[in-house]
Design a protein around this ligand. Structure first.
Ligand code: NAD
Length: 553
């Protein structure tokens, strides 16, 4: 039985014991499609997150996907091209049920302007990372990543946590909305600026943001008082970051940590230039997108200059994966790359061991299934501090959005072990229904993005996109239920290629085999990717866990 969705009443949250499709694998994928819209930012337009990341190309395409998932047999494979179903092939019961390629443009054509034109003609849709392949789970999907970044900074500079520290950031959208809660969990006093009052309200309503300040003076007083008392606090401010960051710098105030997660990657549909209202921006998207691009870039220049000022004054400043530095460089800020990218600065040693953002969703819709798996994780990985600390915190602080779900940064071997054990709990009826296992595309073997994931690699292979393509092929060979290859639209055009995977634990022996092969091979390729680039941690992991790495003599 679906449950009501107060945020988007027309998009109920799927769940219950009744099957509409011919099997649980198909039904689970259908529920994941429904779920990305239920927790999405603008489901009426099929938009899930990151400005233009869509679940399907159009409503007719969406309808055809739903009808096919319901009607298809287990030995068929649905082929989706940029959010539109284009074929149903006869394969075999251990082949993927769904394969997708979303928004992959040929090299010289992979540009924002060409993407917008193709999207206007209805020929492509951007899948974001997790929107087009139905793996998005709301702000909870990146919250551990954001929390781990804050904790690495805390360990590096502030003695273990962010108590008494002022964090400045912007963006309270689908992904950026995780920041206030992650900051509070790291014990910081965090100020989050967003230009859209509706986004700030939503994050408050769903429990990710505590307060919304009426103006900058009040916001600063609130976070500074909380920091002085070492009291964790999250405060939202409705304003343009390109106004607020320079103003804070002008006042001589220097936060301890500064970042930004506005949708700066997309200069037309994402970033809002200063001096323009939201209505004016909406109108310019169709009437004069070139002007909007120019104005967004000009605002980003001021925004990033202020970030650089904070960095010069000693703040820990980092790029949180939204391409803001690249647009600043294009706008003339030659030293914008002095700001480090979060992957290289804090998380790469984890990726070398294929430890990354793994997640699972309870297809039953019952939160108790996630609690049972939480207990299993705590018991199975009792010696893994990152994971046990995270699960305890998540249980206390992270509200479920949509289908009950959990994220945990698990690595090679760990993911397979957990998923197979969960499959056993589905089989013996401990869990109410199947569980879907997936991960962010921003994972060890599955993303080439020279300005986010693969910047400054040791061997210089930043722009080599072979790795995610090999990963997707290995996942198909391993029988994952859904495999997707994505590239950038809008701001990310020409910047990235990534692979996504979902495997359903439906309690059958066949699912046990699929989980074992797909999850093990996915993380094996992650370790191999970093071992090949010459990272000692990955070479060590490759040898220790025998991932099948071939080293030339
Ligand atoms: P979103 O479109 O859901 O939200 C973006 C928010 O930015 C909106 O609320 C918008 O009002 C706000 N905004 C735009 N311009 C602004 C300005 N000048 N001042 C203040 N607020 C402004 O996007 P999202 O899903 O939250 O993603 C945000 C960015 O993070 C994207 O660039 C996305 O690609 C990137 N991202 C990074 C990671 C990561 O792992 N670090 C993960 C996912 C997404």
């Amino acid at each position: 039985m679906p449950s009501p969705n107060p945020r988007h009443p027309n998009f109920p949250i799927p769940g219950g014991p009744a099957l509409r499709a011919k099997g649980w694998r198909q039904e689970a994928l259908l529920r994941l499609l429904e779920n990305v819209l239920a927790v999405g930012e603008n489901p009426d337009e099929l938009i899930v997150y990151a400005a233009l990341g869509k679940a399907a190309r159009s409503w007719p395409a969406h309808r055809a996907i739903v009808e096919t998932l319901i009607a298809m047999d287990e030995d068929q494979t649905l082929v989706i091209q940029s959010g539109k179903p284009v074929g149903l092939l006869k394969t075999h019961a251990d082949a993927p049920l769904v394969i997708m390629a979303n928004c992959n443009l040929v090299g010289q054509w992979a540009k924002a302007e060409i993407f917008y034109e193709l999207e206007r003609k209805g020929l492509v849709a951007w899948g974001g990372l997790t929107a087009g392949c139905w793996q998005y789970i709301g702000s909870q999907g990146v919250i551990q990543g954001t929390y781990e970044i804050f904790m690495r900074i805390a360990e590096k500079r502030f003695g273990g946590d962010l108590a008494g520290r002022f964090v400045l950031t912007a963006g309270l959208g689908g992904m950026g909305g995780s920041q206030p809660l992650a900051g509070r969990m790291a014990k910081a006093a965090i100020l989050c600026v967003d230009v859209d009052p509706a986004r700030a309200r939503t994050r408050k309503e769903i429990g990710y943001l505590e307060e919304i300040a009426p103006d900058l003076d009040t916001a600063l007083a609130m976070v500074q008082a909380a920091a002085a008392e070492k009291r964790p606090l999250s405060v939202g401010l409705v304003a343009n970051a390109a106004d607020v960051y320079p103003e804070i710098a002008r006042r001589g105030v220097t936060p301890d940590v500064v970042t930004d997660q506005t949708a700066a990657h997309d200069l037309v549909y994402g970033y809002v230039p200063r001096g323009l209202s939201l209505e004016e921006v909406r109108a310019l998207r169709t009437s004069d997108p070139d002007r909007l691009m120019r104005e967004s870039r000009a605002s980003i220049v001021e925004h990033v200059r202020a970030m650089l000022t904070f960095q010069e004054r000693g703040a820990e400043v980092f790029d949180n994966g939204n391409l803001i530095r690249s647009h600043a460089v294009d706008g003339g800020v030659a030293n914008a790359y002095d700001i480090p990218i979060f992957t290289e600065a804090y998380l790469r040693p984890l990726f070398c061991r294929a430890i990354g953002p793994f997640r699972w969703m309870a297809i039953s819709g019952d939160p108790q299934d996630i609690r049972v798996i939480d207990d299993l994780v705590l018991e199975t990985f009792s010696g893994n501090h990152i994971v046990t600390n995270w699960i305890a915190l998540a249980r206390e602080h992270v509200p479920f959005e949509g289908l009950p779900a959990r994220i945990a940064w698990l690595g090679h071997g760990e993911r397979t072990r957990l998923a197979r054990a969960v499959n056993g709990l589905v089989a013996d009826g401990t869990l109410k229904g199947p569980v879907a296992f997936s991960r962010d595309h921003l994972d060890a073997g599955s993303m080439a993005h020279p300005r986010i994931m693969t910047e400054n690699l040791k061997d210089g292979s930043d722009a080599v996109a072979d790795w995610p393509l090999l990963d997707a092929m290995a996942l198909c060979s391993s029988g994952a239920d859904l495999v997707a290859i994505h590239s950038g639209g809008g701001g990310y055009a020409g910047f990235m290629t990534s692979a996504g995977v979902t495997v359903i634990a439906d309690g059958t022996p066949a699912a046990d085999g699929r989980l074992d092969r797909a999850l093990t091979n996915d993380t094996s390729l992650g370790v191999i990717r970093y071992a090949d680039a010459g990272y000692d941690e990955a070479l060590d992991e490759a040898q220790r866990s025998q991932v099948g790495h071939i080293r030339l003599g």
